[in-house]
Design a protein around this ligand. Structure first.
Ligand code: SAH
Length: 344
């Protein structure tokens, strides 16, 4: 039995032709699976009962089970879902003006062990399947505040999207396919801690925005804060960003910079960041460190934060301060942990 939510359009097409059905059936099934979020083959009401019976011998629809929904005083919603093997993941829905952004998890846990991030503290459990990625979108549509439509998708939840490359690329393509979820290309963003070979590949495999978590301006500091830097140091990372293709398309690059007191928040850091980014068209999100119990890092002093922000803007680098959303429900960047705080 195959789960339709684990299949791309091409997979459905070859399965349908193996069953001696017409190709347009694949299109119908694909539309029902993602866009119309059918809960079962029986829900595909414009397919004859006879054919549905036949399809049910081969296909099922299985998703994730949201078991907890928390709503923050700022309107952010976090939901915790149980996977078929009992693992748990979190997804966050963030209202911001007219936008409603879903922050999707790509792995249960994370192997990359960034020093400032809570998700990595317990290591990686496993990659999420395509069905578990797609189901976060389907469930978020039901759980969104005020039943509003999702406008943006960011892969910035638990895990490293580019370490779950195959499933993430399939998911990205279904997100932006008009017959899939139908999001516009410039409203889907995949975020990485800097897996350089995968950034280079992604440029060919999907047409979406890229966010890169930088958070340090020297290899010395980045090696400590983000161990991935020991494998792919700053020079290689910046070179891959310069090569990321955007001509003729509306792709954006965002640099995420977690600002931590006394570690990466000095005026010298701001100057080095400006130099690193010269020649790369991008904007910078400055994220003041979000605290959590297991960490001894602290957020920057207000004047350091303002100084850093002003230095970038004065140098013509567009920078925004992104304050933590959903702090009261542990939904802010870097604080997702698969509900250990809720269940244990
Ligand atoms: N692994 C990917 C996707 C996760 S995105 C990546 O690293 O980009 C999560 C974002 O939250 C990253 O930009 C990360 O740098 C940031 N982050 C992690 N811990 C944080 C913390 N304690 N406070 C603020 N931001 C944090």
């Amino acid at each position: 039995m195959k789960n339709l939510r684990d299949m791309t359009y091409e997979d459905m097409l070859s399965s349908v032709s193996a069953l001696d059905e017409k190709p347009y059936r694949a299109e119908q099934i694909y539309g029902w699976t993602y866009n119309k979020a059918a809960a079962s083959v029986d829900g595909m009401t414009d397919i004859s009962k006879g054919l549905r019976e036949k399809l049910k011998d081969w296909f099922c629809i299985a998703g994730i089970e949201p078991v907890e929904r928390l709503e923050s005083s700022d309107g952010t919603v976090k939901f915790l879902s149980r996977l078929e093997d009992g693992k748990k993941i979190e997804s966050v829905i963030i209202p911001e003006g007219r936008r409603l952004t879903l922050c999707v998890s790509s792995q249960a846990g994370c192997a990359f062990a960034c020093a400032f991030c809570r998700t990595g503290k317990a290591g990686l459990s496993r990659n999420l399947h395509l069905s578990e990625l797609a189901s976060q979108v389907i469930e978020a549509k039901r759980l969104a505040p005020g039943n509003k439509e999702l406008t943006n998708i960011v892969l910035m939840g638990m895990g490293e999207p580019l370490a779950n490359y195959g499933n993430v690329v399939k998911f990205l393509n279904i997100l932006v396919d008009p017959k899939g979820f139908g999001f516009s290309h410039n409203r889907v963003t995949v975020s990485t801690c800097g897996v350089v070979p995968a950034i280079k590949k992604l440029a060919h495999d999907a047409d979406v925005n890229l966010a890169v978590s930088l958070s340090a301006t020297t290899d010395e500091v980045r090696d400590i804060l983000m161990p991935i830097n020991r494998k792919y140091p700053l020079a290689l990372l910046m070179e891959s960003l310069k090569a990321y293709p955007r001509t003729g398309k509306k792709r954006h690059i965002t640099i995420e910079y977690v600002l931590i007191k006394g570690l990466n928040d000095s005026p010298a850091d701001a100057s080095r960041l400006i130099r690193l980014l010269s020649g790369i068209k991008c904007k910078v999100n400055i994220i003041p460190f979000n605290t959590f119990a297991e960490s001894s890092f602290e957020p920057p002093a207000d004047e350091r934060l303002r100084g850093f922000h002003n230095a970038l803007n004065d140098a013509g680098v567009t920078a925004l301060i992104r304050t933590g959303k959903g702090i009261d429900i542990q939904a802010a960047c870097g604080t997702l942990a698969g509900g250990r705080d809720i269940f244990e």
